[in-house]
Design a protein around this ligand. Structure first.
Ligand code: NAD
Ligand code: TYD
Length: 340
């Protein structure tokens, strides 16, 4: 089995590559990644010498490069993680989100049509469903929930999902789609809530909480997401969408307080800053379908996962310090410099 994993130098894609090489040592895994600001080759250093692994630097929007790779490797499966993934950046500059997330998806699927494929899997997000009100804890996103997006990021992911379903219906492409809730764990880029708060707290810097910190996210340990995708590509039904989430809803402010507590840092570091534009209030996944059909259940409890994650950031300071000492500084200044 040969699998192309796009976006494998990023957070979830790299964790997926580690999971697959460990679980299926006989599989050939090819990582296709453009190494944008979010991609980091050092993340993949432990697998670079594995004879069953190959890294290719190219954009999923580069049709010639993608077709060339398919001609060389004849993949059986494509798992498309490659995306611009940060909501705040999509508010600043939507264009690259449309190019990568929509047009890149089209190029990958065109290659799958041209050269043949057993499965094309699209890694999507619960953000395509928009948000839920805080005062209706009985409501959850199911696969039937209408697409209703808030940010340029979620709109681009939703557009890609629709295109994937169109390629299935019109061209018979054997696709599956997964929509997961917020992930956390090792190699999470420090622009996102949990790693940003860990890095800032360790550096005794202010912890910028948007609005009142009341927004709720449904957190899943990254390895559980990877195991769910592994199940879907092997046992999932072609043409189907699967929601992935572990019923672990938490308010942002509670996460930040917990990080302070775990690191022994004072809550006085917490600074409330101007809210995100169009900020989604609550995400909450109903994972009944993937549980009933594929037997998936999350294995890592949040209390354990967050401890493991914090320990990883403590043990791997070099990884994130290198990131935050580079172009990240101008990003941080732009996003947080005058934000009160
Ligand atoms: P990430 O930003 O950490 O990594 C994205 C990777 O894609 C990087 O390695 C980057 O270099 C690469 N990339 C970007 N543009 C590319 C292009 N044009 N061609 C090739 N590679 C390109 O993102 P992540 O958090 O790992 O998310 C991965 C996928 O999972 C995304 O599709 C995202 O929408 C989805 N998702 C993320 C979460 C989450 O909580 N992080 C939750 C649900 C779904
Ligand atoms: P994020 O990690 O960007 O994921 P998403 O927006 O895709 O859910 O943000 C998670 C939540 O944390 C979201 O409600 C926005 C909030 N947040 C802050 O309060 N401060 C921050 O500095 C960041 C990056 C996010």
């Amino acid at each position: 089995m040969t699998i192309i994993v796009t976006g494998g130098a990023g957070f979830i894609g790299s964790n997926f590559i580690f999971h697959m090489l460990k679980t299926y040592p006989e599989y050939r895994i090819i990582c296709l990644d453009a190494l944008t600001y979010a991609g980091n080759l050092s993340t993949l250093k432990d697998v670079m010498d594995n004879p069953n692994f190959r890294f290719v630097k190219a954009s999923i929007t580069d049709r010639e490069a993608v077709y060339g790779l398919f001609e060389e490797e004849h993949p059986d499966v494509v798992v498309n993680f490659a995306a611009e993934s940060h909501v705040d950046r999509s508010i600043e500059n939507p264009s690259v989100f449309l190019e990568t997330n929509i047009l890149g998806t089209q190029v990958m699927m065109d290659a799958c049509r041209k050269y043949g494929i057993k499965r094309y899997h699209q890694v999507s997000t619960d953000e395509v469903y928009g948000d839920l009100p805080l005062d209706r804890p009985d409501l959850f996103f199911t696969e039937e929930t209408p697409i209703h997006t808030s940010s340029p990021y979620s709109a681009s992911k939703a557009s890609a999902d629709l295109l994937v379903q169109a390629y299935h219906r019109t061209f018979g492409l054997p696709v599956t789609v997964s929509r997961c809730s917020n992930n956390y764990g090792p190699y999470h880029f420090p622009e996102k809530l949990i790693p940003l708060m860990i890095a800032n707290a360790l550096n005794d810097k202010p912890l910028p909480v948007y609005g009142k910190g009341e927004n709720v996210r449904d957190w899943l340990y990254v390895e559980d997401h990877c195991k769910a995708i592994d199940l879907i590509i092997h046992k999932g039904t072609v043409g189907e969408v699967y929601n992935i989430g572990g019923h672990n809803e938490m308010k942002n402010i509670d996460i930040v307080r917990l990080i302070c507590k775990e690191l022994g840092k004072p809550e006085s570091l917490i600074t409330y800053v101007a809210d995100r534009k169009g900020h989604d209030m609550r995400y909450a996944i109903d994972p009944t379908k993937i549980h009933n059909e594929l037997g998936w259940l999350p294995e890592t409890k949040f209390a354990d996962g967050i401890k493991k994650t914090i320990k990883w950031y403590l043990d791997n300071r070099q990884w994130w310090e290198e990131i935050i000492s580079g172009e990240y500084q101008s990003y941080y200044e732009k996003m947080y410099g005058n934000r009160s």
